[in-house]
Design a protein around this ligand. Structure first.
Ligand SMILES: Nc1ncnc2c1ncn2[C@@H]1O[C@H](COP(=O)(O)OP(=O)(O)OP(=O)(O)O)[C@@H](O)[C@H]1O
Ligand SMILES: [Mg+2]
Length: 232
C-alpha cells in the first residue's frame, strides 16, 4: 500500500488472489461473535487462522505475506486499511502492502496467538506484555484506540509481543479487553498456569471467552444505569 514490500512478487500475489483465491473461496460467518469458517479453499492456499470477521490465508510461493479476506456481510476492511496507513511502521505491528475490495495483503506474523499459547502450553513472557503496552501507546500517539485487543489478536514471537489485529482501532469508545487480559495474565497466568506449565483446553478457553463477553455486557448495562438511587 504505502510501505516497500519485501516480497518483490507482490503483483503476482495480487494476480493469484483474483485468479485463484477469490473465485474458489467460500467463507461463512454465521454469527459476528464466532470465528469465520472457511468452507472451500483452492490448493495450494492455506488458512492460517480466522477471526469473527475475516479469514487469514497464505500462498506457499509468498511465505511472508498473508491475505486477510473479510467474510460476506462483514464490514471493516476499509477501516482496517486506514488504521494500517496511520500506524505506518512499528515493531509491534505488521504492515499492509495492498488493499483490494474486501481484502488486505499484510506482512505475515510468524508468532503464536496468546489463545494458542495457552492451549499448547507455550510460555508468554512478561516482556511480550510490555511490547504490547508499547505498541498500544504508539497507536494512541497516532490518534488511534487500542480496541478489541483480546487473546486471539495478540501473539508471541521469539519472546516478543505483537498485535496481530488492529481492525477496531478507529473505534473511539473505551474498551477494557487488553486491561482485563493483562490483569488475568498477572493474577492467574503468572502465579498459576505458567509455573505448572498447564495447557488450557480449547473448549475451556471458549467458555472463558463467552463468559467474559457476558460479563462485559452486564458491566456496560450497569454503567449505563448509573449509580443506584439513594434510599431514604
Ligand atoms: N499478519 C498475520 N500473519 C499471520 N497470521 C495472522 C495475521 N493476522 C492474523 N492472523 C491469524 O488469523 C487470525 C484472524 O485474524 P484477525 O484477528 O485479524 O481477524 P478478525 O476477523 O479481524 O478478528 P476479530 O474477531 O478479532 O475481529 C488471528 O487470530 C491470527 O491467528
Ligand atoms: Mg482478530
Amino acid at each position: 500500500m504505502h510501505e516497500r514490500c519485501l516480497d518483490q512478487n507482490l503483483p503476482d500475489l495480487v494476480q493469484r488472489i483474483h485468479d485463484q483465491l477469490l473465485p474458489g473461496l467460500r467463507l461463512h460467518s454465521a454469527d459476528p461473535h464466532d470465528p469465520v469458517r472457511v468452507l472451500s479453499l483452492r490448493q495450494p492456499w492455506r488458512s492460517l487462522g480466522s477471526g469473527n470477521y475475516a479469514a487469514v490465508l497464505n500462498h506457499p510461493h509468498h511465505p511472508d505475506l498473508v491475505v486477510k479476506v473479510y467474510a460476506p456481510g462483514r464490514a471493516g476492511w476499509e477501516q482496517e486499511a486506514e488504521v494500517y496507513r496511520r500506524i505506518g511502521t512499528h515493531p509491534s505491528f505488521t504492515q499492509c502492502f495492498h488493499v483490494g475490495e474486501g481484502y488486505l495483503v499484510l506482512g505475515r506474523l510468524h508468532g503464536t496467538t496468546f489463545y494458542d499459547c495457552l492451549r499448547k502450553g507455550i510460555p508468554i513472557p512478561p516482556g511480550a506484555i510490555a511490547d504490547i503496552d508499547a505498541g498500544l501507546a504508539y497507536a494512541v500517539s497516532r490518534g488511534l484506540h487500542g480496541n478489541d485487543v483480546h487473546g486471539r489478536n495478540v501473539m508471541v514471537h521469539q519472546e516478543r509481543g505483537l498485535i496481530a489485529d488492529i481492525s477496531d482501532f478507529l473505534e473511539p469508545q473505551p474498551c477494557r479487553a487488553w486491561q482485563d487480559l493483562r490483569w488475568a495474565y498477572h493474577t492467574v497466568y503468572r502465579p498459576l498456569i505458567a509455573p505448572l506449565g498447564l495447557r488450557v483446553p480449547g473448549p475451556v478457553l471458549d467458555g472463558v471467552r463467552r463468559s467474559y463477553r457476558l460479563y462485559r455486557r452486564l458491566r456496560a448495562w450497569g454503567e449505563a444505569a448509573g449509580p443506584p438511587a439513594r434510599l431514604g
